[in-house]
Design a protein around this ligand. Structure first.
Ligand code: FA5
Length: 340
């Protein structure tokens, strides 16, 4: 058989073998067999030396042509089986949706509130969760004998000074004097964040929950400013007017102080376990900043006044999504979280 015929035979055999190939491993083996360094084509090329000099250029050209043709054929087969194998896809089947995470409902509402308050000219501040007794209580006019300071009410951390221990902050109000110290007046700020209490938990009380503090200090601030701000942000977050009631409430760091309740949206005011059958849910503590707090913040209460509020953000989320147990929020239960 002439070299020419041998080449032709090899070409035909390789192309026929290629048709049987279904996976990359056998393709690789076939490639080595025909195109490898010690493969069949290489042996034919080695024979070129024995051919008469004048025939060599023509035969060499032919060998290269066959080589190129086979390389292209191998590449084509590799691409088709590669697609199918590496992705494991049958394009006729419906696709598999990859799981994509999303924001926790608490964080979603927190960010909406931040945007809302920013649009009203408020700064958004962050504060430490591990706080000193001074900022959490003392600077808020909560004296040492106040029951809120009780070991049973609060999580104290070992260490710290005997007269200024460390604790997990019980409210975002701990940021009031910190903000006044840093930014002075006039001031418009909100502080969203996690707070902690030694609490017997129930459907509307958790030991770890979120609040959003608001603090406005300027000249001639009145209760009208406080109520106006509450109305704007509540209708902003619920996208409609919501029914609220304001009643007197005692907080040592405001004077006068109020509690704002909202008609329970879980039961539409009919009474359920979330609102303890009352039809109303306690949502916000608020009032005009106590002169002592302004003083602690380095301001003259004769010159400045202000209002402050502490929104129960976790409860707002309950109302917004009609969640009937606050403990679900931090339960980590995906069956719950995937509903949002
Ligand atoms: C305070 O925490 C005050 N710092 C609020 C304040 C700020 C008053 C500024 C005046 C001026 P209170 O303990 O009532 O107050 O909590 C405020 C809100 O947090 C409540 O209205 C309620 O919505 C929410 N809250 C309180 N305790 C819990 C709890 N255990 N679980 C979930 N939410 C709670």
């Amino acid at each position: 058989m002439s070299l020419h015929q041998e080449l032709d035979k090899l070409r035909g055999k390789a192309l026929t073998d290629l048709k049987q190939i279904k996976d990359q491993d056998s393709l690789m083996a076939l490639r080595i067999k025909y195109l490898g360094r010690k493969g069949e084509l290489a042996s034919i090329m080695a024979l070129l030396k024995q051919v008469a000099k004048e025939e060599r250029p023509q035969l060499g050209k032919l060998v290269n042509q066959v080589k190129r043709e086979l390389e292209i054929a191998f590449l084509r087969v590799s691409k088709t089986i590669g697609d199918r194998k590496s992705q494991g896809i049958d394009f006729t089947l419906p696709g598999i949706k990859p799981p994509i995470g999303h924001l926790h409902p608490l964080m979603r509402v927190q960010r909406e509130l931040e945007d809302l308050f920013r649009s009203m000219g408020f700064m958004v501040l962050d504060g430490p969760e591990l706080e000193s007794e001074y900022y959490n209580f003392e600077s808020l006019n909560i004296p040492i004998w106040h029951p809120a300071r009780d070991m049973q009410d609060t999580f104290y951390i070992k260490g710290g000074k005997p007269d200024n221990r460390w604790l997990l902050r019980t409210h975002t109000s701990a940021m009031q004097v910190r903000a006044l110290e840093k930014y002075g007046a006039p001031l418009r700020a909100v502080v969203p964040g996690r707070v902690f209490r030694y609490e017997a938990t129930d459907a509307s009380h958790d030991h770890t929950f979120w609040q959003l503090e608001g603090l406005v200090v300027d000249k001639d601030i009145s209760i009208a400013n406080l109520i106006g701000t509450m109305k704007v942000f509540l209708s902003g977050i619920f996208q409609r007017e919501v029914e609220v009631r304001l009643r007197p409430g005692y907080f040592p760091f405001v004077e006068p102080g109020f509690e704002l309740d909202m008609k329970c949206l879980v039961c539409n005011g009919l009474g359920c376990r979330s609102c303890k059958q009352s039809g109303w849910i306690e949502l916000i503590g608020c009032g005009l900043v106590h002169p002592r707090v302004l003083e602690f913040g380095g301001l003259n209460p004769k010159e400045y006044s202000g209002f402050a509020f502490g929104l129960g953000l976790s409860r707002l989320v309950m109302m917004r999504y009609k969640i009937d147990d606050i403990r679900l929020l931090l339960s980590g239960d995906l069956r719950f979280l995937e509903q949002f």
